[in-house]
Design a protein around this ligand. Sequence first.
Ligand SMILES: Nc1ncnc2c1ncn2[C@@H]1O[C@H](COP(=O)(O)OP(=O)(O)O)[C@@H](O)[C@H]1O
Ligand SMILES: [Mg+2]
Length: 237
Amino acid sequence: MTMLLSTRGMTRYFAGLRAVHGVDFDLPEGQIRALIGPNGAGKTTFVSMLCGRIPPSEGMISFGGRDISRLPAHKRINLGMAYTFQITSVFARLSVAENVALAARRKVQGADAVARAVQGALDKVGLGDRPDQNAGDLSYGHQRLLEIAMGLVQEPRLLILDEPTQGLADSEIDAFKALIRDLSKSATILLIEHNMSVVMETADFVTVLNFGEILAEGTPQEIHADAAVQAAYLGTG
Ligand SMILES: Nc1ncnc2c1ncn2[C@@H]1O[C@H](COP(=O)(O)OP(=O)(O)O)[C@@H](O)[C@H]1O
Ligand SMILES: [Mg+2]
């Protein structure tokens, strides 16, 4: 199997705290991978190292067969990584379409092509009917969807989503599951997700982090039935 992304020995300390420790992770091209684990397990820290927001204390990352451990974040974007983070980073005083256009211009040239790409991305996430709305006036959940549009307009090979369903209403979660399946036709997806129904219904494979280390990996069904995973979530492990 060709791996789009691999890490070896990924480790990150914050002062004395070991947030991520010795993570060997392999993500095949085309997969939808869920990354789950209790709060504080190190999920955000791990993906922050993948995309170059923070440097690892130790370890290496390869992407598309190339060692990217020392590449700055913008070069990783150029290679095809896109990501959204737990804290929304939309520009509140720009319109929905302008936010996506900023991201699109990293990849697409020409006003018409940018406009088409923007509308296509907004249609995909279900915001196609409100391009002119101020981004800051969107609900928190819709701002998360806008961020996904900003990621996918760059036609990434790998889309990393950090808790994208946080703040979405139950009625929006079903549409989100369909969106993930649709996006996976053109990108590999690494999804940090707390909503178990989203994990069970979209992920091909699941990695569980606990105390900064991989506790278990398997199909959603295997992970759901895993006693150690259940213990970690109940805090008894
Ligand atoms: N910038 C930081 N400075 C200090 N400690 C941090 C920082 N970011 C995360 N941590 C700590 O690292 C651990 C892992 O955090 P995080 O990666 O955010 O976990 P998760 O995303 O799984 O909830 C936690 O104990 C958290 O408090
Ligand atoms: Mg997190």
